[in-house]
Design a protein around this ligand. Structure first.
Ligand SMILES: NC(=O)c1ccc[n+]([C@@H]2O[C@H](COP(=O)([O-])OP(=O)(O)OC[C@H]3O[C@@H](n4cnc5c(N)ncnc54)[C@H](OP(=O)(O)O)[C@@H]3O)[C@@H](O)[C@H]2O)c1
Length: 344
């Protein structure tokens, strides 16, 4: 017998992707339940070749559910994750609500799967921010080889990172511009169509944004608190996949050629770097894929032991849904949970 799994936020960008990844990877579930707000009750969502009727989170009883994959935003998670965890169901949460809680492991399976053991304190495991997830997958094998001192990263983040309404806004604005209709920003602070916005999430007192702070704090929690990281996060008019320009300085000697060899062998990474027109990955090719793509590897001649690279990944998959399902697989494969139907 397998597990009973609930997907909260099943009508959203990440929730729909979670359902499709559970089906693709043959997750050992006897039953998968789709949950969202009351507004979506009865709506049908795809799960492999089946459809599921969405139920309302607020009336669902979690007492016989083993795993809850939660992607309904911070406010919903703040209210519901502790209640669900207290009912004995392990919550894997995609929001930023629990990531920095010392009693909640923040997990990227390729990087720090062993840290998962602390999950029993709250029965909550956090998934990192999308831009952090792909970055730490690339940094981990390099850190193991030469110890990272400092990282400078600029992101080019797609609109799907801000939810389904944000994708609609890019589509609507793009069409409006073509037919000379007025463009009205709603979800984003400025026009996103044919534009770039150097602000993701709110501003902090030091002039950085919360998205930039998340990349710093989460990289330290997942990988190593000694790593110094500075980030500039930019929203771009791309529907899916985040891109990052990354500069890394190491304690020990490591060339771009060494990095290429290491990254070719690393889990979750695909190096595409032929140094000719088109010989690199772009968001378009990364969309729908599981890998974190690395391109444009080169030495940085301005600092000792430093390299530059380009890093692209599907933010809805490795940045959210795939990572969450991989965490659920770690729970199952390491026998950290037992199906409650079996235990009964
Ligand atoms: N998109 C990414 O790249 C990404 C990456 C990492 C983490 N995340 C995080 O994942 C979460 C979801 O993001 P998303 O992009 O999927 O957002 P989204 O497309 O806007 O979807 C939001 C989902 O939450 C549900 N929801 C809203 N209020 C609810 C309530 N009161 N009770 C139950 N369900 C409720 C919505 O259901 P209705 O349709 O019924 O309103 C919908 O299914 C957010 O916390 C986000 O920060 C996203």
């Amino acid at each position: 017998m397998g597990y009973k799994v609930a997907v909260v936020g099943a009508t959203g960008n990440v929730g729909r992707e979670i359902l499709s990844i559970l089906a693709e990877r043959g997750f050992p579930a006897d039953e998968v339940v789709a949950l969202a707000s009351r507004r979506s009750q009865g709506v049908e969502v795809s799960f492999g070749d089946k459809t599921l009727k969405v139920k309302a989170l607020e009336t669902y009883d979690f007492s016989d559910t083993d795993i809850c994959l939660m992607s309904a935003g911070g406010a919903v998670s703040k209210e519901w994750s502790p209640k669900i965890g207290a009912q004995g169901c392990v919550v894997i949460d995609n929001s930023s609500q629990w990531r920095m809680d010392p009693d909640v492991p923040l997990i990227v399976p390729e990087v720090n799967a062993d840290a998962i053991v602390g999950f029993t304190k709250k029965n909550i495991i956090a998934n990192p921010n999308c831009s952090t997830a792909q970055l730490v997958v690339a940094l981990k094998p390099l850190h193991d080889a030469a110890t990272i001192k400092r990282v400078v990263v600029s992101t080019y983040q797609s609109v799907s990172g801000a939810g389904k309404d944000a994708m609609d806004e890019l589509f609507t604005q793009t069409r409006a511009i073509f037919v000379s209709d007025p463009v009205e920003p709603k979800k984003f602070p400025k026009r996103i169509a044919f534009n770039l916005i150097p602000q993701i999430d709110v501003f902090l007192d030091d002039g950085s944004t919360k998205e930039e702070w998340k990349m710093v704090a989460e990289t330290k929690k997942i990988l190593d608190p000694k790593i110094k990281l500075t980030a500039t996060c930019v929203r771009v008019p791309v529907f899916i996949s985040h891109s990052e320009s990354v500069n890394v300085e190491f304690e020990k000697e490591l060339s771009a050629e060494d990095a290429r060899k290491i990254l070719r062998e690393a889990p979750g990474i695909l190096v595409i770097d032929t140094r000719e027109p088109g010989g690199y990955a772009t968001p378009h090719e990364a969309a729908g894929e599981d890998a974190t793509f690395i391109s444009r590897l080169r030495d940085d001649p301005t600092v000792d032991n430093a390299i530059n690279f380009w890093c692209v990944s599907d933010n809805l998959r490795k940045g959210a849904a795939l990572n969450a399902v991989q965490i659920a697989e770690v729970l199952v494969n390491r026998k950290l949970i037992t199906a409650r139907s079996k235990a009964a």
